[in-house]
Design a protein around this ligand. Structure first.
Ligand code: PLP
Length: 400
């Protein structure tokens, strides 16, 4: 199964667990216990109860009539934006905090880019009464200020990270440093399908509820349980992994993923790892990485703080390299346009990350009876300032 790593955490050439000596025990403990925790009846019961009553699942699968007409297909939106805290991230944090408790950990750390994972982590820490420390780049603290205040209100401590370009990648490094100092009592809740094995597998499984629901929702609404196309945005790869998880072996389903082109893949201001990356190691896994010729990690640039990452989950590196998924680089201007378009045509303001997926629609040639499921990974309330500030960018494609 291509959605599962081998025993050492590899998806083909990618994955593994490249961690400093001091974390070795933590990581092997987690590797040895995660499957039995995930498969235990008590975990499943608590997890699914919380997804239903706390997160608000299942999230709707919504037929987008006006956008369907425009793109000449039958477009369904998987509404992760309607989850508690506003994105898919909470599916994963609910699961990981239950795991942390079962492993006897008392202190939670997490990295965050746009702040959605930080908010989702701070939320479940409040729910469980656990100490919460969030690492966030100073640049992101500035552009996602409301999320910072939400985390603080929830009782988390937000640590500004001032290394590098002060965004997500630097926040990850800092979280790993903290973890090295407190390996005994601390559980690191990783926010995407990245990091050392078993994190990519844990996060993919937690998010796989998305495609589990798509299956029966499509069956109910269109009379078959698979679409012709799946479309999702991809940063580290968690909402994409969840969207495709139960369809990877089903070759009837074409998969298009939208990564952040920034100002263009031929510029230095991009976060399109799958287009511009080469094999290397980042944050504990072997994967595609944007790096210099001598192996220094390059800074990633994107208008979207949630996609601003120079790596990519190992499962996705493997799927793209094998041709199972098609990856499109979507630039900032196309993203802003798509965000406005979904807002004006369906009354849904998408997160700027999710707007990348919407922009991918114009790059795929559909037949009129094609069923397309696009995951709206989050809501755009946090991005209203960015949309307004960058409205002029969308001008080339039409006016709003
Ligand atoms: C974090 C985030 C993403 C990117 O992360 P993935 O792990 O690639 O899903 C996308 N959309 C939203 C709304 C996010 O908050």
């Amino acid at each position: 199964m291509r959605n599962q790593p081998d025993n050492n955490g590899f998806y083909g050439n990618f994955g593994g667990a490249y961690v400093p000596e001091i974390l070795y025990k933590c990581v092997t403990d987690l590797q040895q216990s995660y499957q039995s925790i995930l498969e235990s009846e008590s975990f499943k019961k608590e997890y699914h109860q919380l997804l239903k009553d706390y997160v608000g699942r299942p999230s709707p699968l919504y037929y987008a009539r006006r956008m369907s007409e425009k793109y000449g297909c039958r477009l369904y939106l998987k509404r992760e934006d309607l989850n508690h805290t506003g994105a898919h991230k909470i599916n994963n944090t609910v699961g990981q905090i239950l795991m942390a408790r079962r492993m006897g950990k008392t202190r939670i750390i997490a990295e965050t880019g746009a702040g959605q994972h930080g908010v989702a982590t701070a939320t479940v820490c409040a729910l469980m009464g656990m100490q919460c420390e969030i690492f966030m780049g100073a640049t992101d603290i500035e552009r996602q200020h409301v999320n910072v205040e939400r985390m603080r209100m929830l009782g988390a401590t937000v640590h500004p990270v001032t290394t590098g370009n002060m965004t997500l990648s630097n926040a990850c490094s800092e979280a790993i440093r903290d973890w090295c100092c407190h390996p005994q009592d601390t559980f690191y809740i990783v926010g995407s399908t990245v990091g050392p094995h078993p994190y990519p597998d844990i996060v993919a499984r937690m998010q796989s509820v998305i495609s589990e629901e798509i299956k029966y929702q499509l069956q109910e609404q269109v009379g078959r349980d698979y679409p012709d196309y799946l479309v999702a945005c991809i940063g580290g790869g968690s909402n994409a992994a969840g969207t495709i998880y139960h369809y990877i072996e089903d070759e009837r389903v074409k998969i298009y993923l939208a990564e952040a082109g920034g100002q263009g893949i031929d510029t230095d201001f991009t976060a399109a790892t799958m287009h511009c990356g080469t094999e290397g190691v980042i944050h504990g896994a072997r994967t595609l990485v944007m790096q210099t010729d001598d192996g220094q990690i390059k800074e990633a640039f994107s208008i979207s703080a949630g996609l601003d990452y120079p790596g990519i989950g190992p499962m996705h590196a493997q799927l793209a390299q094998s041709g199972r998924t098609q990856v499109l680089a979507i630039n900032d201007d196309e993203t802003i346009y798509a965000g406005y378009e979904l807002t004006r045509m369906e009354g849904i303001i998408p997160a700027i990350e999710s707007a990348h997926a919407v922009a991918a629609l114009s790059k795929i040639e559909f037949k009129s009876d094609d069923i397309v499921v696009l995951t709206v990974s989050g809501r755009g309330d946090k991005d209203v300032d960015t949309y307004l500030k960058n409205k002029a960018l969308a001008k080339e494609y039409g006016n709003f």
